[in-house]
Design a protein around this ligand. Structure first.
Ligand code: ADP
Length: 481
């Protein structure tokens, strides 16, 4: 028969009721976020409750129920709490390890209880195991707090620390003979211990709920970051597709550029072959010819590398870019195409430093887009001109590119720069919008208007900064690219 008087008066039984209620509450609050860690936490709460309940019935139920069964339930409950935190850290224990450790624990406990019949050692052993579990939980909560920056985990660390201090002081008192095992048992089932246990359980549960909610927030934040990354990545891919499109305009110039070093390589190799066959070359002459072959191979390699760098999708690479050189390099890419269309390329540049902080590939992509558009706009004309001026107009470095094509109609001026706006039957309508976002990313502006004497005018405005200084120390005056 269960002694009802004992159930109501024993603080252990009151604690067990709290342990029953808390996991149910946690389960309800975390509806929708019931990950493995939550399931383990709640299940272990119920096991604690049942274990304490059976312990509280000691003397009124058979010993095997109030001792091994109750103790084993409490052991599994503690292990479940550890597993719950390990799931948050994504390093759960294996089931076989949990089972083996429980078997070992209960074998030792029962060995001490029934084999040695040593009450003091049994209590000492139980307290030590309890303390180890509290310490492990504290360490795991600390790791979670540091790793994921979950502030609620610190609360759990605090609770575990307090429990470790209380239990260890009891162990020390028991070992030094300050208190007897009977006193400890009386302590454990005292109102004070019950109250401390209940408060600790409540705080620990709320800390866990907080941690789980922290984890949901961080999961959602990560999803957002992933989405953001995906958008950034797709922008990179679109920019790369756009650069590949510019390859069409570059192809003729590339062929021409590559032709020179390749022809030179061919000529020098033939010279070497004939010279060696006819015995006309000495070692010094042969060396000189081979040097020529090597330097032309390097030149061809450099051209290929440049094109590869241009079409490869890459993250932003900041460097000090000399604008006059960038303009010349970009023009070189379309020179052949321009010549075949009778379009003359005219340049002018201000004296002094015309260096900007930016990504060379992306900036040349903008220029190539403008050149490609200018060439396409003048496709119906017999001749054409593209003027490029690099100017220093404080606080900007300005690259103004104009042509003598038809210029922009009012509708085009209203819509140009909008993604997918095009007036060409085979157009994508991405060139100007990508260029605009590249320049804005460089903290500059891309302006479109009609030139004074007709034709389209693109003005690229980039911040005029002390580039070397900005590369050394990122001050407020430096654009954050
Ligand atoms: P796409 O070249 O695929 O049409 P862009 O974004 O590069 O896409 O250009 C958008 C539109 O801007 C073009 O379709 C054209 O109408 C107009 N445009 C761009 N550059 C010029 C220019 N130099 N002269 C006249 N119109 C231009």
């Amino acid at each position: 028969m269960i002694n009802l008087q004992l159930i109501i008066s024993s603080p252990l039984l009151v604690t067990s009721v709290i342990f029953f209620i808390l996991p149910l509450l946690t389960w309800v609050v975390l509806k929708g976020q019931r990950y493995r860690s939550v399931s383990y936490w709640c299940a272990s709460g119920l096991m604690y409750g049942l274990g304490f309940f059976l312990m509280g019935l000691r003397g009124t139920v058979p010993d095997w129920v109030s001792f091994p069964v109750a103790i084993l339930l409490i052991y599994f409950a503690a292990l479940g709490r550890v597993q719950s935190l390990l799931y948050i850290l994504r390093k759960p224990l294996s089931y076989s390890f949990m089972l083996l450790s429980a078997l070992l624990f209960i074998a030792l406990f029962e060995g001490i209880r029934l084999g040695l019949e040593d009450g003091e050692l049994r209590i000492l052993f139980s307290l030590s195991i309890n303390m180890v579990f509290c310490a492990i939980l504290g360490v795991l909560a600390w790791r979670i707090a540091r790793l994921y920056r979950f502030s609620n985990a610190y609360l759990l660390v605090f609770v575990q620390l307090v429990l470790v201090i209380i239990i260890s002081s009891n162990i020390i008192k028991l070992m030094s003979g300050l208190i007897s095992p009977e006193d400890i048992m009386a302590n454990i089932i005292s109102l004070k211990a019950g109250a401390i246990g209940a408060i600790a359980a409540v705080i620990a549960n709320f800390a866990f709920i907080g941690m789980s909610l922290d984890s949901v927030i961080s999961r959602e934040a990560k999803l957002e970051i992933n989405k953001f990354d995906a958008i950034n990545k797709s922008q990179l891919v679109i920019a790369q597709l756009d650069r590949q499109r510019s390859l069409g305009a570059m192809a003729a110039s590339l062929g021409h550029e590559l032709n020179q070093p390749l022809t030179a390589i061919m000529t020098f190799t033939q010279m070497a072959k004939q010279g060696v066959n006819k015995g006309l070359l000495d070692a010094i002459q042969l060396n000189a010819i081979l040097d020529e072959v090597m330097s032309n191979t390097r030149r061809a390699n450099l051209i290929i590398e440049k094109v590869r760098g241009f079409i490869r999708p890459e993250a932003l690479k900041k460097s000090c870019v000399p604008m006059d050189q960038l303009v010349k390099d970009a023009a070189q890419f379309i020179r052949q195409d321009a010549m075949s269309r009778n379009v003359e390329l005219v340049f002018s540049q201000d004296k002094g430093s015309l260096i900007v902080l930016g990504d060379e590939t992306q900036l040349s992509q903008v220029l190539l887009n403008i050149y490609r558009n200018a060439l396409e706009a003048m496709a119906g004309q017999k001749t054409g001109k593209i003027y490029t001026a690099v100017q220093h107009v404080k606080p900007w470095i300005v690259i103004a590119v104009s042509d003598n094509g038809p210029g922009f109609s009012e509708t085009v001026l209203e819509n140009i720069g909008e993604p997918f706006f095009t007036t060409k039957p085979d157009g994508l309508g991405l060139g100007v919008s990508i260029s605009k976002s590249i320049i804005e990313q460089h903290h500059g502006k891309l302006l479109m208007s009609n030139a004074k004497d007709g034709g389209a005018l693109f003005e690229i405005l980039l911040p005029d900064v002390d580039c070397d200084q900005c590369k050394k120390s990122d001050t407020d005056a430096c654009p954050k690219i």
